[in-house]
Design a protein around this ligand. Sequence first.
Ligand SMILES: C[S@@+](CC[C@H](N)C(=O)[O-])C[C@H]1O[C@@H](n2cnc3c(N)ncnc32)[C@H](O)[C@@H]1O
Length: 346
Amino acid sequence: MLRGGSRWASRFKIFLPRLKNDYKTPPFLLTFSSSFTTTAPTAGTGAADNDSSQPGRPSAPPPIQVGFTDSAGRGVFATRRIAAGELIHTAKPIVCHPSLSSLHSVCYFCLRKLLPDQRPLFQSNDVQFCSQECQNQSQVFHEIERRADWSTFNDYCRMHGLKYPLLVKRYACLVISGSSSASSLDILQPASLSSEMISLVEKEFCLLRSTFQDADINTQQLAFLTKQWYTGVLARIRINAFRVELACESYEDLLSSAAASVEAEGAVGNAIYMLPSFYNHDCDPNAHILWPENVDARVKALCDIEAGEELRICYIDASMDYEARQTILSKGFGFQCNCLRCSSHH
Ligand SMILES: C[S@@+](CC[C@H](N)C(=O)[O-])C[C@H]1O[C@@H](n2cnc3c(N)ncnc32)[C@H](O)[C@@H]1O
């Protein structure tokens, strides 16, 4: 199950959980420094950062920290009052991939929609980029990826409607090129995969490995690519991947931006981010993730949020009724939602 932006205009009161008395912040994530979450405007994408960022001036750290919740593991909490509509932070993906149906209509690196006259400009091995800069930045995975013939792997994914293996493929290319560590997703919560699911991924794992082997990627470089690694990554992707839906909106009116998200065409791709993965779900969320231009995500407040309050996003289509939401959250994410809205069966 992939998470998209919230599509539900808030009518219910926001869930305000108590922080644990023994509230502790994990040592790996304290308050976020600007270097962790704020990102320089992406070359060629024009994506801006936190509202406070100005060229030559360090941007303020985002007003959030990761801590433990009473009942949903780790979560993201406000460190000060956040006003409705405020841009809380931006996030660049750890790994992303266009959906197979968007392969020829979006940039292979940043998932920005390509203009028809851009298509012939930045082309490499049958994929396109929106700018020279995106093409250059893609070298971290594309140098490896283009050495192999992915037609069988892609056909298998297309035939079975699979999206996650494409993310694993790109992540594996980043690891092989030395641009990423094979353990960089370990910090994320994994889904528990049944033994039936684990046996089902055998085929895609073997295809991925054999495609690299056929491209003469040597055994030493492929040492990390075991079935255990593959299923571990897949288990994390399953819970933490976002479906990227580009919504061209004005930022001024969050309710209209939520509506824009509903009207946007289907997903252009899928992506994994670090900080956004720590946001828990609420069927009446107080925060919202948007992709105005490309895969660079913007997290905004949907209402006023008090210091200490947990920030939650909605993983699913919140306009669904109670039963449908519970079914999807339980089957897709493995939890029973106990938000205020669900507690009253709305
Ligand atoms: C994307 S992760 C969110 C961060 C996670 N809590 C952690 O510790 O890494 C999604 C997982 O958080 C938990 N979770 C998120 N929202 C929840 C909710 N409303 N009720 C219970 N558990 C929730 C579930 O275990 C879910 O599979």
